[in-house]
Ligand binder design. Structure first.
Ligand SMILES: Cc1ncc(COP(=O)(O)O)c(C=O)c1O
Length: 387
């Protein structure tokens, strides 16, 4: 046995080994894994756009016009017409002066946060923020203050106590493993009061919340006639509700220009394929016209919450597409996920470090593409397994 086999065995002993499944069909509620049909509540394709015919056609057209690869970083020669058009479209859609496209949300955070704050500065981060924000804060070399989840008073005190030259608050808008929404107006008020910047990661709100799906900031009216404050910066991802891949950071002109100059994940990485940016222009149109899809999703969320009342487990009080069912132990959670799988249902078990120890859960994600009957089938199976 070498060191790594011992370490892998330790992961097994704690029921922490991750195993992938090979999906041999497009992302949709009905998928095929090893030729076996499964009903999935597992993806972040909240509007059912990942396999939409209009987006497939747009990607094909994009491939015909721009080929496959961008060939270089955007600051060398990889910034093509669809990237430029998509940045403009996203800025206008979210109500900011300018947007910058990244090839994933993880890379957007890992690039933008260290560009905004560095040594001698301080970052204030919600305890339940996504791993990409946590890693970005560590990479920045700024002082890191983690505040209790959604605790405005604690954040206020930490900001007041800080002597840092520059202060940056970072938060998920919709928390990725809990589904609850950050108190964005209160966070912005604190940012104003303490002359701090506020970066809002709207990975799970963009396309879903606010008028025409413009995002969590729009939901709170913080971008209705332009951003409520020049201190506001938004990150949105394009691989979830938008059904594609990539991400963007939006904000005031000079803030985005600074990120373009300084974000190393932007400078030192090949641009996302233009065919994806081209398809995403259509995805933004579909999001904008997507009230019917958002209404279907809201109906499925309401159905799940009204029809499923767990007794031993806890369905967290989320109003979004992320409906976490906390079971507790890692092994028990994975056993429930495995029993569902045997019944043809796919709901991923989420364990530490994605969630705090002792709060392992099924992360049930709902989509506009799910039918009433499919959600009813999940509820029936969960009730049977809870016993
Ligand atoms: C809150 C949050 N931020 C960032 C990301 C990373 O985005 P991407 O999957 O595009 O890398 C995710 C999910 O993956 C997320 O949930």
């Amino acid at each position: 046995m070498n060191d790594f086999s011992d370490r892998l065995a330790a992961l097994d002993a704690q029921a922490l080994r991750r195993r992938r499944r090979v999906v041999d069909s497009p992302c949709a509620p009905q998928v095929s894994v090893d030729g076996r049909p499964l009903l999935a509540f597992a993806s972040n394709d909240y509007l059912g756009l990942a396999n939409d015919p209009a987006l497939i056609a747009a990607a094909q057209e994009g491939a015909r016009r721009y080929g496959l690869g961008a060939g270089a970083s955007p600051i060398v020669s990889g910034h093509q017409a669809p990237h430029a058009a998509l940045e403009q479209r996203l800025a206008a859609f979210t109500g900011f002066a300018r947007a910058l496209l990244f090839s994933t949300g993880y890379l957007a955070n890992l690039g933008a946060v260290p560009a905004l704050a560095g040594r001698g500065d301080a970052i204030f981060s919600d305890q339940l923020n996504h791993a990409s924000l946590i890693d970005a804060a560590r990479l920045s070399r700024a002082e890191l203050a983690v505040y209790p989840h959604r605790d405005i008073a604690a954040l206020d005190a930490a900001l007041a106590a800080s002597r840092a030259r520059r202060k940056l608050i970072v938060t998920d808008a919709v928390f990725s493993m809990d589904g609850d929404i950050a108190p964005l107006p209160e966070l912005l008020a604190l940012a104003e009061r303490h002359a701090a910047w506020l970066l809002v990661d709207d990975a799970h709100g963009f396309g879903l919340l606010g008028p025409q799906g413009r995002g969590a900031l729009a939901h709170f009216g913080l971008t209705s006639c332009g951003p409520a404050s020049p201190r506001l910066i938004m990150m949105g991802t394009l691989g979830k509700a938008a059904g594609g891949a990539g991400a963007f950071v939006a904000g005031a002109e000079e803030v985005i220009e600074w990120i373009l100059q300084k974000a190393r994940t932007y400078t030192f990485s090949t641009a996302e394929p233009a065919l994806i940016a081209h398809a995403l222009l259509t995805a933004v149109d579909l999001i904008e016209q997507g009230d019917a899809r958002r209404a279907s999703l809201a109906a499925r969320i309401a159905q799940l919450r009204a029809s499923f009342r767990p007794r031993r487990w806890t369905l967290l009080p989320s109003q979004t597409a992320i409906q976490p069912l906390v079971i507790g132990g890692n092994a028990e959670t994975m056993a429930v996920a495995a029993s569902l799988y045997e019944r043809g249902l796919w709901t991923p078990g989420i364990r530490p470090p994605a969630v705090p120890p002792g709060s392992a859960r099924l992360r049930i994600t709902l989509s506009a593409a799910h039918t009433e009957a499919q959600v009813a089938r999940l509820v029936e199976a969960l009730e049977e397994l809870e016993g």
